[in-house]
Ligand binder design. Structure first.
Ligand SMILES: CC(C)(COP(=O)(O)OP(=O)(O)OC[C@H]1O[C@@H](n2cnc3c(N)ncnc32)[C@H](O)[C@@H]1OP(=O)(O)O)[C@@H](O)C(=O)NCCC(=O)NCCS
Length: 183
């Protein structure tokens, strides 16, 4: 998740709501998935790139994981490893509140630990209460708030909406970090 992360239209685009019955698989993102990742980024983040800590990232060019149920893709996560840090650049669950996000996050945490990272971090926006809840309940703590930074991001991404989830104005970036201690 990252910079602008995190703004999106008010309703989660193309979310699927239904009973969770079948088996879900989490597999490494392959070249066949990249076009879809790019499309999802555009839908969710108002452009096919995201900005975090003043850096531009293309999720569709990054490593990541895809969640599938049968032939259907139901979630994705992309990440960026830099030294002891691992950034969740984007995480996107098409079946919210059914465990998809948790499985994808756990997968990246596993990769980050294996790579010797000491921190997992992500950025969301002030309106994204679901993501803030999701991350804080999974060990992330607030480590920075960039007040008003979304105006600057809108210069690069004019499609980032002014009003986000729950009708909340999208103004600030919120950075959350999870320390990874060796087990
Ligand atoms: C944030 C996001 C990735 C979370 O994904 P998710 O698939 O909804 O996450 P999960 O289902 O694993 O967990 C969400 C909640 O659903 C609950 N849940 C999981 N399985 C469940 C089930 N079978 N029935 C009911 N609730 C369930 C979890 O307990 C969790 O609640 P908690 O946070 O109180 O513990 C998702 O909301 C999303 O894609 N948002 C849009 C994009 C976005 O904002 N990305 C992140 C920007 S930083």
């Amino acid at each position: 998740m990252n910079g602008d992360l995190h703004s999106h239209p008010r309703a989660h685009p193309h979310a699927i709501f239904r009973d969770w019955t079948a088996e879900m698989l989490v597999t490494e993102l392959t070249d066949d998935d990249r076009k879809w990742v790019q499309e999802r980024t555009e839908l969710l983040f108002g452009g096919d790139f995201v900005v975090s800590r003043d850096e531009v990232h293309d999720p569709h060019r990054l490593p990541g994981y895809i969640a599938t149920e049968g032939p259907e893709r139901i979630g994705l996560v992309t990440y960026n490893l830099t030294g002891e840090d691992c950034e969740i650049v984007s995480i996107d669950s098409l079946c919210q509140f059914m465990g998809v996000g948790t499985l994808l996050l756990e997968k990246v945490e596993e990769v980050a630990r294996a790579a010797g990272c000491r921190r997992l971090w992500a950025i969301t926006t002030n309106d994204n209460l679901d993501a803030q809840r999701f991350l804080q309940k999974r060990g992330f703590v607030l480590t920075a708030v960039r007040l008003g930074s979304m105006s600057k991001i809108r210069l690069l991404k004019p499609n980032v909406p002014k009003v986000g989830y729950y009708g909340i104005p999208v103004r600030d970036e919120i950075e959350l970090t999870k320390p990874l201690f060796s087990r």
